[in-house]
Design a protein around this ligand. Structure first.
Ligand code: SF4
Length: 349
């Protein structure tokens, strides 16, 4: 009988090792991952090499940042018995596959990736004119194809990266079929719902805007951040009616509040029947309800960091087995296997 891991489709996804996570990371990815654990065979990796593509000058916090990401994953409900979690650099086969893919990936494919231009224009405080930065979609292709993933959960803006991965797989398969069959399947993007999550200043929640609510923020901090959050500018006075559809706090309600609260917000805001302070306290209640159990789960690992490291080691070992199997196929397909083979001329005799 096939094992459940053989019958489930495989999902591969990663997150940069940026340190502690915020609500935007939760709503944009993590919450979906937690739900995927039972539906798919999931491999989730902490992309520390990817973090180096933009933050290469100071590596003093990379390892610590990776562990912080793991703690937030565990806090959010990723379960090492139901998915495989590991750090990218702990499975060095990713680097080998990246190197081989970099041989066959035309430069033009990389230069036209939309995020390449965008980030080079937007990030001015670092020199991104590096080989590693241009090539990071190739590393991403190696990360995905190594596990022969069926699906890659992504937001709309990441679809071109999955398309590039598919193109690289196709090119590799064309050049190097293994006994007439393709080595790599072409993974599909799995479009995941990622509702708009504003930060406290109304812009997209992001560490670089300093407008985040962190998964680790204690209740008083969450309430304080909410208090200073921007609202519908039409509500200057308490008696001015507002519109939750034009208010960042309204956006948070839509994601985190139940239908009853949402109805009270809609009615009370539009009729000026409620004040913003009251409205914000309701969304704070909803957030605290979500964050409290996460912070309790996190504490178990904070108190015993070895436990978290053991999870990473077990995850790397499992991922490494899959990676070894893929790499021996890759090497064989390219005629570069590690097995002894007699010289071709004497074999022909
Ligand atoms: S009542 Fe709520 S939704 Fe309306 S403007 Fe104030 S904070 Fe925003």
């Amino acid at each position: 009988m096939p094992s459940s891991s053989q019958t489930r489709k495989r999902v591969l996804s990663g997150m940069r090792s940026t340190g502690k996570l915020h609500l935007g990371n939760y709503v944009g990815a993590l919450d979906n991952w937690v739900r995927m654990q039972d539906q798919y065979e999931c491999f989730f990796f902490i992309a520390d090499w990817h973090a180096l593509t933009t933050d290469y000058a100071d590596t003093s916090r990379v390892k610590e940042n990776s562990v912080e990401v793991l703690l937030d994953w565990l806090a959010a409900g990723l379960d090492p018995d139901r998915c495989t979690m590991f750090i990218q650099s702990h499975v060095p086969q990713h680097a080998e596959l990246h190197l081989l893919f970099s041989m066959i990936t035309p430069l033009g494919w990389l230069e036209r990736v939309p995020t390449y231009k965008e980030q080079r224009e937007n990030i001015k405080d670092r020199d991104l004119g590096t080989y590693g930065f241009l090539g990071y979609p190739v590393l991403q292709a190696a990360d995905i194809l190594m596990y022969k993933g069926d699906f890659v959960p992504v937001g709309e803006d990441q679809v071109p990266h999955v398309e590039l991965t598919r193109e690289i797989a196709r090119r590799f398969n064309q050049f190097y079929p293994l006994n007439g069959t393709p080595v790599f399947p072409e993974p599909q993007p799995l479009l995941t719902p990622a509702p708009k999550l504003p930060g406290t200043d109304g812009r997209k929640m992001s560490k670089s805007y300093d407008n985040t609510i962190m998964l680790t923020d204690p209740e008083p901090v969450v309430r304080q951040k909410l208090k200073t959050m921007v609202t519908d500018p039409a509500r200057i006075r308490r008696s001015d009616p507002g519109n939750p559809d034009l208010c960042p706090v309204g956006d948070l309600h839509k994601i985190f509040s139940d239908a009853g609260t949402m109805a009270k917000v809609n009615e009370g805001c539009r009729s000026a029947g409620i004040g913003c302070i009251e409205c914000k306290s309701w969304v704070a209640d909803a957030l605290v309800n979500i964050l409290n159990p996460m912070q309790e789960r996190r504490k178990k690992y904070e108190d015993n960091p070895r436990l978290a490291w053991d999870i990473l080691e077990a995850g790397s070992a499992k991922a490494g087995q899959v990676a070894d199997a893929t790499m021996s196929e890759v090497r064989e397909a390219m005629g570069m296997s590690l097995e002894y083979a007699p010289p071709k001329s004497s074999a022909a005799k």
